[in-house]
Ligand binder design. Structure first.
Ligand code: PMP
Ligand code: GLN
Length: 379
C-alpha cells in the first residue's frame, strides 16, 4: 500500500497514555485534566438533551453559541467577527485545523511551521500533497529567528502555521514576533493558521496576542480555538474557527462535507455557560496555582523547569540526571518510576535531543504531589 503518510506513526499522545496505563504510571503525558468540568455545565447538557435538541445542528453551528463566541472575542480581543458569516463551530480544534488545511493546500504548496510543533499540522499538510517547511527552534528560549523564516518563503508558500500560547514550549508570541510576521508576509499572498487553543491560559507578565488583533493579519488569518481547553472538556471535541467572510466561505465548503455539523445539545449548553465570563477569565489563575505547585515540587528533584508563560504544559530539563535520549528517558521514567511525560523530540521531524520532557500539570494537586515524589527518586 502506497501510504500518503509513510513516516507517520501512532501519535505520541496515544503511545504514552497507553504505556502509562500498562505500567500504572501517573499520566502527565497527554494533555487532559484529571478532574471534572463544572457540574453546572453537565446539568445544562442534560437539560438540552431532555428538551429534545437531539438532531442536526445548523452547519455553521448553533446560532446562540456563535453569538456568545462573537461576544467573547469582542470582549477579550477587541475584534468583531460576524455571527452569520465569520464564525464556524467545529468538532474540536483538530477538525478546524484539518479543514483549513484541506481548504487551502494543493499538491506542492509549502507550509511554514515552527518546531517543536503540535503533531497535527504536518500530517494534515502532507495528506493534501503540501510540503511542510519547518523552522527549527531550540531550547531554552525557543525564540523565533525571523530571518530563518524569511529564508524559507518562496512563491509556493501558501500558509504559515503559528501556535501561541505554544504547545509544547509554553511560550507566547510577543508583539514584536507578530510585527515581524506581518513584515515578512506583507508582499506575499500566503495565509495564516493561528492555533490559539490556550488563549485563556497565560501567566503573569505574559500576554496573549491574537493574530486577529492585527488588521494586517486578520484579513488572511484563520483563528482556531477549543472548548476542550476552555472548560476542561477535552472529550467533547467542540471548538471553532474565526475567519473573514471570504475565507469562512471556503472553510465551510469543506466543513459541510467532512463533518457537516457538531453535537447539538452540547452547543446549546456551551452557549448558556458562556454567559458567565468569569468561568474562562479565571482559568489563568486556576492553572497558575498548579504550575507554581509543580515548579516548587520540582525544586527537590533533579529536573529543572524551563520558563512557562502559558498552556498547561511545563518543559523540564533532565540533563543533570541522565544523558539518555528523550524518548528512551521517557520510557524508563514511565516503566521504572511510574510517571509518564512526553519527549520534546516527538515535536520535531528530525531527531533532536535536548534532554527535555513535557509535563502536563492540568491535574489535581494530589496527582502532582504524588508525581513529584516519584520524580524525586529519579537518579
Ligand atoms: N492545538 C493544540 C496546540 C493543542 O494542544 C490541541 C489539544 N491538545 C489541539 C489543537 C486540539 O484541540 P481539540 O481537542 O479541541 O481538537
Ligand atoms: N493536545 C493534547 C496534547 O498535547 C493531546 C491531544 C491528542 O491526544 N491528540 O497532549
Amino acid at each position: 500500500f502506497a501510504s500518503k503518510l509513510p513516516n507517520t506513526a501512532t501519535s505520541i499522545f496515544t503511545y504514552m497514555s497507553r504505556l502509562a496505563l500498562q505500567h500504572e504510571a501517573i499520566n502527565l503525558s497527554q494533555g487532559f485534566p484529571d478532574f471534572d468540568c463544572s457540574p453546572r455545565l453537565i446539568a445544562l447538557v442534560e437539560q438540552y438533551l431532555h428538551a429534545g435538541h437531539n438532531q442536526y445542528a445548523p452547519m455553521a453551528g448553533v446560532r446562540a453559541l456563535r453569538e456568545q463566541i462573537s461576544m467573547k472575542v469582542a470582549a477579550t480581543l477587541g475584534v468583531t467577527y460576524d455571527v452569520e458569516t465569520e464564525i464556524t463551530v467545529t468538532a474540536g480544534a483538530t477538525q478546524a485545523l484539518f479543514t483549513v488545511i484541506a481548504a487551502l493546500i494543493r499538491p506542492g504548496d509549502e507550509v511554514i511551521l515552527f518546531e517543536p510543533a503540535y503533531d497535527a499540522y504536518a500530517p494534515a499538510v502532507q495528506v493534501f500533497g503540501g510540503i511542510p517547511k519547518p523552522v527549527t527552534l531550540y531550547a531554552s528560549d525557543f525564540e523565533i529567528d525571523w530571518d530563518a523564516v524569511t529564508a524559507l518563503l518562496t512563491p509556493r508558500t501558501r500558509l504559515v502555521v503559528i501556535n501561541s500560547p505554544n504547545n509544547p514550549t509554553a511560550r507566547t508570541m510577543t508583539d514584536t514576533d507578530y510585527r515581524q510576521l506581518i513584515r515578512i508576509i506583507r508582499d506575499t499572498d500566503c495565509y495564516v493558521l493561528s492555533d490559539e487553543v490556550y488563549e485563556h491560559i497565560v501567566y503573569e507578565e505574559a500576554k496573549h496576542h491574537s493574530a486577529a488583533q492585527y488588521e494586517a493579519l486578520r484579513r488572511r488569518t484563520f483563528v482556531v480555538a477549543s472548548f476542550g481547553k476552555l472548560y476542561h472538556t477535552t472529550g467533547w471535541k467542540v471548538g471553532y474557527c474565526l475567519a473573514p467572510m471570504e475565507l469562512t466561505n471556503e472553510f465551510r465548503k469543506v466543513h459541510q462535507f467532512n463533518v457537516f455539523s457538531v453535537n447539538t445539545p452540547i452547543q446549546y449548553a456551551l452557549a448558556d455557560f458562556m454567559m458567565d465570563a468569569e468561568e474562562y477569565l479565571r482559568l489563568s489563575r486556576f492553572f497558575q496555582k498548579k504550575r507554581d505547585f509543580l515548579i516548587t515540587a520540582l525544586r527537590e528533584t533533579g529536573f529543572r523547569p524551563l520558563p512557562c508563560h502559558g498552556t498547561y504544559f511545563l518543559v523540564a530539563d533532565y540533563s543533570a540526571i541522565s544523558d539518555l535520549p528523550e524518548r528512551i528517558f521517557c520510557e524508563i521514567l514511565t516503566k521504572q518510576y511510574g510517571v509518564a511525560t512526553i519527549p520534546i523530540a516527538a515535536f520535531y521531524h528530525q531527531e533532536i535531543n535536548q534532554h527535555l520532557i513535557r509535563i502536563c500539570f492540568a491535574k489535581r494537586e494530589l496527582t502532582l504531589q504524588q508525581a513529584a515524589a516519584r520524580l524525586k527518586s529519579v537518579s
